[in-house]
Design a protein around this ligand. Structure first.
Ligand code: GLN
Length: 561
């Protein structure tokens, strides 16, 4: 196994994740099989308990792992399926070491950061790197490891030390370190400053790691003399100084790396030149260029709770992008804070209320994504009602589906107190209830997480046709509440159809409203499996309906072709 380690210096938020994924793409384009590991030095065991306000979206894997959103980037860029163990955190490492200690496995020894924590990190990396993630058998050729945070952070010290030991034990030919750094421009003369990079490389070297390549982020392309300076002071050959300047969209990054022969430098370091194929990034080039040339857009109203930080819904945004590109459109997403739509806001913040409604009315389709807690729920219900009554295409994901059930029960069944027991534990008319998969009294997590089957109840519905009429689909879940099985009869009689259910038939997975251009809800999160070039059918349906192309599309694609 060969390792490419990607570290970051100077500041966080340099796009290290995208750089690491792009390195993976460039290597994959040379015919190599690539896997990846993301290290998050925080103490949380996983991202499941972290607020999307603070940390962006919690990405969900097939195995139910709740992980950092960078793993989503890896899955989308490399078209792989990762496991929860591909995301290492300090919490997970300490938990495993402490469990071993309690079992007495350290035979009376003093348990220490070095060697016990560092050994656990090394073993974890080596065993996870060997798990195939691309559907083929046997381990990948290269494992790209991204170390979160910035070199010098206290939290990342044990990881740096473990990675230093790893580089030594696997040997020169099997280890390549790429350090991502920032080249700021200061002052009126606009000089590109190399000093912060010099300092962070020095810090890395003091910890025993030497970068083989530098990936320098900058607004404008690097000047020749900036590169010379970097080479001289950072001890990195000029050919290995890569420049990632601002580009129109992130799909250009692998192309940018290839144009600077990054693949050659990495393959040379890893002694893989003899087995690598000539780099083929045709599909990637086409995708990046197609996107640049799209002129028309579609207005999508995204009505949610965490609209301040767009990373909170990163995979939803990406899934919209994939679907739009398939329709030769650019997504124009209008973020609406659900609470601004509520009646209370008309009195408290009338301007925000008017603006939110104006935005909603101007949208060609409405999306209510997943969420937890009751903030904004009233506003989401108003958005679902608006979309249902005005024939505006609507996609409700997880909470968004539950919202549409509550709205329908209130407006059509006349159950004024219809709600979810997440928001009202007292209501006699709850149409969404707590239905854990395991025991109700079980102390551990009660969340239904990861890939589960949705069985289509009929092929005579939009979602089945969009998925090309399979018997079932596997999609990822992250929820506790479900549509109340006792109200299904009444809801269906009144016109809301549950066209996808789980294997027991008790859990509702997909709802549709026949007669409406596109009123669809899914209990699962289709956004997590959307890929560039292979958009999620649920999102594709929304965009096709928003631009009135759905019927024509289904007529030509109905037979699974
Ligand atoms: N809060 C809801 C539940 O737990 C929806 C979760 C979600 O949207 N991911 O069921």
């Amino acid at each position: 196994m060969k390792f490419v380690l990607v570290t970051g210096g100077v500041v966080s938020g340099l796009g290290k994740g995208v750089t690491a994924s792009s390195v993976g793409v460039v290597l994959k384009a040379c015919g190599l099989r690539v896997t990846s590991i993301k290290i998050d030095p925080y103490l949380n065991t996983d991202a499941g308990t972290m607020s999307p306000f603070e940390h962006g979206e919690v990405f969900v894997l097939d195995d139910g792992g709740e992980v950092d959103l960078d793993l989503g980037n890896y899955e989308r860029f490399l078209d792989v399926t990762l496991t929860r163990d591909n995301n290492i955190t300090t919490g997970k490492i300490y938990q495993s070491v402490l469990e071993k200690e309690r079992r007495g496995n350290y035979l009376g020894k003093t348990v220490q950061v070095v060697p016990h924590i560092t050994d656990a990190i090394k073993n974890w990396i080596e065993s996870v790197a060997a798990i195939p993630v691309d559907g083929k058998e046997g381990p990948a050729d290269v494992c790209v490891i991204e170390l979160g945070g910035t070199v010098g952070d206290i939290e990342s010290m044990p990881f740096i030390e473990a990675l230093r030991q790893l580089s030594f034990s696997v040997g020169q030919d099997n280890f390549c370190l790429i350090h991502v750094s920032l080249i700021p421009v200061l002052g009126v003369v606009g000089e590109q400053k190399t000093k912060p990079t010099q300092h962070s490389v020095r810090e890395l070297r003091a910890l025993g790691l030497t970068p083989h390549l530098l990936a320098c982020r900058s607004a404008q392309p690097l000047l020749a003399n900036t590169k010379e300076k970097l080479s001289q002071f950072c001890h990195v050959p000029i050919a290995n100084i890569l420049n990632i300047h601002d580009v129109p969209n992130i799909w250009h990054i692998p192309l940018l790396l290839r144009s600077q022969n990054a693949h050659h430098s990495i393959l040379q370091q890893l002694n893989l030149l003899s087995i690598a194929a000539p780099s083929d990034l045709q599909a990637w080039t086409k995708m990046a260029e197609t996107y640049d040339n799209i002129t028309n857009s579609v207005r999508i109203a995204m009505v949610g709770k965490y609209v301040g930080l767009t990373d909170s819904y990163l995979s939803v945004v990406k899934a919209l992008l994939h679907a739009c590109i398939a329709c030769s459109l650019k997504p124009s997403i209008d973020w609406i804070a659900a609470s601004d739509l509520e009646d209370d806001s008309a009195n408290l913040t009338p301007e925000a209320h008017a603006a939110a409604w104006e935005t909603l009315r101007n949208a060609e389709c409405v999306l209510v994504p997943g969420g937890f807690g009751d903030r904004g729920v009233k506003g989401m219900i108003l958005a679902a009602k608006y979309a249902r009554e005005n024939n505006v295409p609507y996609l409700g994901i997880c909470l968004g589906m539950q919202i549409s059930v509550i709205e329908f029960a209130r407006s059509v069944l006349g159950l004024e107190r219809a709600n979810s027991s997440e928001f009202d534990t007292e209501s006699p008319d709850n149409v969404v209830i707590f239905m854990p998969e395991g025991s109700r009294t079980h102390m551990g997590s009660t969340m239904r997480l990861g890939s589960r089957k949705t069985i289509f109840q009929t092929h005579d519905c939009l979602s089945s046709k969009l998925y090309c009429n399979p018997k079932y689909v596997d999609e990822r879940h992250r929820h506790r509440y479900e549509v109340n099985p006792e109200v299904i009869g009444a809801l269906e009689e009144a016109g809301l159809k549950f066209v996808g259910k789980d294997e027991t038939g008790k859990r509702m997975e997909i709802l549709e409203l026949p007669g409406h251009p596109y009123y669809v809800g899914s209990q699962f999160h289709p956004e997590f499996k959307s890929r560039p070039g292979r958009p999620s059918p649920m999102f594709l349906g929304l965009i096709l309906a928003a631009t009135k192309q759905l019927e024509a599309y289904l007529n030509t694609h109905q037979n699974g072709s």
